[in-house]
Design a protein around this ligand. Structure first.
Ligand code: PLP
Length: 381
């Protein structure tokens, strides 16, 4: 027997309370019981999104709501600005192109932060842009983009909506939907919401509803208005993922009990301990200091060490699953997730397994230095 630890930025560990809730016998969705849980879950979603606007919930993975944002806000031929500095930004661009949008491509290296000044320039040089799309927390790189500043810039344009992929942002970093003027903010269940994959949610501002009114791209399952009309009656247009919705309600209750600010502060502490632990081992962090999120810590594989072997030994020998790098960074970086249901000892365990793995691979460092640095962060806290 080997005890297992899931240290990836999605899927993430699911608390026992949530799993037990989801294990209850099936109930029918057109019932007061389901409606009560659904209503509570929607209210709690608004709490984590920090919005008084609409929150809509869908049975799909995160990419489903990304696609829904495009088909509900735009028409073929519309021009949008896509800010991309990682795999998920690339995906946004692909979705826009599939639907015949004209993309102004603000592309950055994967270890760079999106510069809000570039968004301002692109908007002023291209009158009539209908949308700006940005990933707040780039899961492929750990880079945190400044959506607050971008919100202030896009807010000057009445007919341009700001769409934010906060799929690994919500619950881990600040994301003040209303205060920052973010029109559409998205998240997914298998990330900070501590659930299995299968649900995704988003917010819709007044401005985004005006964009919806103009949009002519075809939509049926993901037609936001169908969901809005049903949410107002505490129900869903189609069969919801009943068990996941009940689990969502439980998971969000846990976040509310902790308090969103405390949840974010916990993530910030876990991220800091992971970073300091890795640096104490002489490893280099991938994301630049000016833009590091709390969901995942990507780390450069040290020279002379086989990056894929790190991930494999961690998993096979020590039971600790971390993520490798994606696309160009496969084998060159590894990523430690700490998003959702995580505590201090998950980080200590992971750093210990990392130390044992690096030692086995012949990488020279002072044994115990990583764990000790992480402990210091927790003890200071
Ligand atoms: C996980 C994730 C998505 C969605 O991916 P799915 O596999 O469709 O759930 C989108 N954006 C970011 C930043 C993500 O981390």
């Amino acid at each position: 027997m080997q005890k297992k630890y899931l240290m990836t930025p999605g899927p993430t560990p699911v608390p026992a309370e949530v799993m037990l809730t989801m294990a209850a016998p099936m109930i029918h969705h057109r019932t007061p019981d389901f409606s009560a849980a659904f209503k509570a879950a929607i209210e709690s979603l608004k709490y984590v999104f920090e919005t008084k606007g609409d929150a809509l919930l869908f049975a799909c993975s995160g990419t489903g709501v990304m696609e829904s944002a495009i088909v509900n806000c735009f028409s073929a031929g519309d021009t949008v600005i896509v800010c991309r500095n990682g795999k998920f930004g690339d995906r946004q661009k692909q979705i826009c192109e599939v639907y015949g949008l004209t993309v102004i491509d603000l592309a950055y290296a994967w270890d760079q932060v999106v510069d809000p000044a570039d968004v301002a320039t692109a908007l002023s040089e291209n009158p009539g842009v209908r949308g700006v799309i940005v990933t707040q927390s780039e899961t492929s790189t750990g880079v945190l983009n400044d959506v607050k500043s971008i919100g202030a810039i896009v807010g000057e344009y009445d007919e341009c909506v700001l769409i934010v992929d906060s799929i690994t942002g919500i619950g881990a970093v600040e994301c003040k939907t209303d205060e920052w003027g973010l029109d559409v903010v998205m998240t997914g269940s298998q990330k900070g919401l501590m659930l299995p994959p299968g649900l995704a949610a988003l917010t819709v501002s007044e401005k985004a509803w005006r964009a919806y009114g103009r949009s002519t791209l075809p939509k049926f399952y993901f037609d936001w208005m169908k969901y809005k009309k049903n949410v107002e009656k505490d129900t869903t247009p189609f069969t919801p993922a009943v068990s996941l919705v009940l689990g969502l309600n439980e998971a969000l209750t846990m976040i509310k009990q902790e308090g969103l600010e405390n949840t974010i502060a916990r993530h910030s502490r876990l991220a800091e301990a992971t970073r300091r632990g890795c640096e104490a081992l002489g490893l280099k962090l991938f994301a630049p200091p000016e833009g590091r999120g709390n969901a995942v810590t990507p780390v450069w594989v040290p020279e002379g060490v086989d990056g894929k072997a790190i991930v494999k030994i961690m998993k096979d020998k020590h039971g600790v699953t971390i993520a490798g790098g994606q696309d160009d960074y496969a084998g060159r970086i590894f990523r430690i997730g700490h998003l959702g249901y995580f505590g201090e000892f998950d980080i200590i365990t992971t750093l210990a397994a990392l130390e044992m793995t690096l030692a086995e691979l012949g990488y020279p460092f002072e044994r115990g230095a990583g764990i000790s640095a992480a402990e210091s962060v927790f003890m200071e806290g």
